[in-house]
Write a protein that binds this ligand. Structure first.
Ligand code: GLN
Length: 450
């Protein structure tokens, strides 16, 4: 089987299902065919060479438009590749196109895309999760073999959970953010969506590592992640923090997670209840810190340097204002207003500074737990995939779907979501959280469980 065969089979699949799933913002079949043909002619099949993948549309791709699913960047064609994209290019990966997302990665259902919502392959009446909903749906539907996403507060893990695929959010700094359109820079991290744990290790092997183009990237050696794929967790200490199993979490989801933990016990792991006492403050702290950073990061979209410009405006100031009014959707505007307010003088100490202190307490909870446990496990999301429109009018309900994933970003830790069962025919995700830079341990636990 050749690279062309695999590309054609993915294109066939896209032809069959894409009309209903709508995972792609931009499809690049000709470029994909070209790179497959070139690889085949030149030879060099190894690793990820020739394997079709998709990219969340906030990862810059030279010559291919990168929209962040926003009117603001609808026609933006970056002049450079994100580091993860050049790394994959170096491995001769085949890019099938750019995947739908919540606008600027703000959301949990992909319904905040300015273009169209993506649908869950398990049930087209339901959302795929978000914000990397296009990435998760494309992998789940077999349109691509793997995809990259970004995770600021759960945006890889929650859609992975809803779509029944494997999602990895690496340690903050493990994967270069160069060329990822910034949302909340101290939380954003690029990661993987794959069909299984082995693929996750293979893609991590390519994208992890230091990059001098990202000043927050960690200069530490990258292990061969496939070395961790051994089906043995005997003696592993696994904690489940009780705060993640309280009200708001669907009973059937809880039961599914409990069964997963029993299975880990049967495999010889020691599974114990533990506590992360500051968990309840994570969501409020996140919704100060993330909008604060977003309000600053999104200030660059002023109609002058990037993207959409209202050419009818009569003065420069009007042009700034009306370009932003036209270019951003309601959720993005809400975040900019929240963040600008939280950072304004007089409120800075009360909100932003307080949120940073809470963030520290949350990090300390995890440090304390990891003195005792190798990994922590929780449900990835409180429910299975919900219906389209179910939460669009209730912002808080939407925000709550990341209650279990957000603390991990505040603490900068690595975490994975792996499929662990079904409720009413819909997949349930198990979240595994690890110590900084211990992605390998996560892979080992996930592999043993799989
Ligand atoms: N749903 C969260 C938010 O809207 C997380 C988004 C993300 O991880 N990019 O902020």
């Amino acid at each position: 089987i050749t690279a062309q065969d695999i590309v054609e089979s993915c294109l066939d699949r896209i032809g069959e299902v894409e009309e209903n799933i709508k995972a792609f913002v931009t499809l690049t079949p000709e470029a994909a065919r070209d790179s497959a043909r070139k690889l085949h002619e030149e030879g060099g099949y190894r690793g990820l060479a020739g394997i079709p993948c998709g990219l969340k549309d906030n990862l810059c791709t030279r010559g291919i438009r990168t929209t962040c699913s926003s009117r603001m960047l609808e026609n933006f064609v970056p002049p450079y590749d994100a580091t993860v994209v050049s790394k994959l290019r170096g491995e001769k990966a085949v890019f099938m196109g750019k995947l739908n997302m919540d606008e600027f990665a703000m959301g949990s259902s992909t319904e905040n895309s300015a273009f169209f919502p993506t649908r869950n392959p398990w049930d087209p009446e339901r959302v795929p999760g978000g914000s990397s909903g296009g990435s998760a749906a494309a992998v789940a539907a077999g349109e691509v073999i793997y995809a990259l996403g970004s995770d600021t507060g759960g945006s890889i893990r929650q859609p992975a959970s809803f779509c029944g695929v494997v999602g990895m959010k690496p340690t903050y700094g493990r994967v270069s953010r160069y060329g990822l359109v910034a949302f909340a820079s101290s939380l954003d991290q690029i990661g993987t969506l794959t069909k299984d744990v082995t693929d996750c290790a293979l893609v991590m092997n390519v994208i992890a590592g230091h990059d001098r183009l990202d000043s927050t990237s960690i200069d530490a050696p990258v292990p061969d992640y496939t070395k961790f794929l051994v089906p043995d967790i005997k003696g592993f200490r696994i904690g489940y923090p009780r705060e993640y199993f309280q009200e708001g979490v669907d009973d059937a989801v809880k039961e599914t997670i409990n069964r997963a933990m029993l299975k880990m016990e049967e495999m010889g792991a020691v599974v114990e209840e533990t506590s992360l006492p500051h968990t309840e403050f994570a969501l409020p702290a996140y919704y100060i810190i993330a909008p604060a950073e977003a309000s600053s990061n999104l200030a660059r979209f002023d109609g002058v340097r990037y993207g959409l410009r209202d050419v009818k405006a009569e003065s420069v100031i009007d042009m700034f204002a009306s370009s932003r009014a036209l270019g951003f959707g309601p959720e993005v505007k809400r975040r900019i207003m929240l963040g600008t307010y939280a950072l304004s003088s007089g409120y800075y100490d009360a909100y932003y500074l307080k949120a940073l202190k809470v963030r520290r307490l949350i990090k300390e909870d995890f440090d304390w737990a990891f003195d005792k446990y190798d990994v922590l496990v929780t449900p990835t999301a409180p429910t299975v995939a919900f219906k389209l429109h179910e939460k669009t009018d209730n912002v808080l309900a939407m925000y709550m779907s990341d209650i279990a994933t957000i603390p991990v970003n505040l603490a900068g830790l690595p975490a994975m979501s792996i499929p662990c069962g079904f409720v009413n025919g819909l997949p349930v995700g198990l979240q595994i959280i690890g110590r900084p830079l211990e992605e390998g341990t996560l892979l080992r636990v996930a592999y043993a469980f799989e």
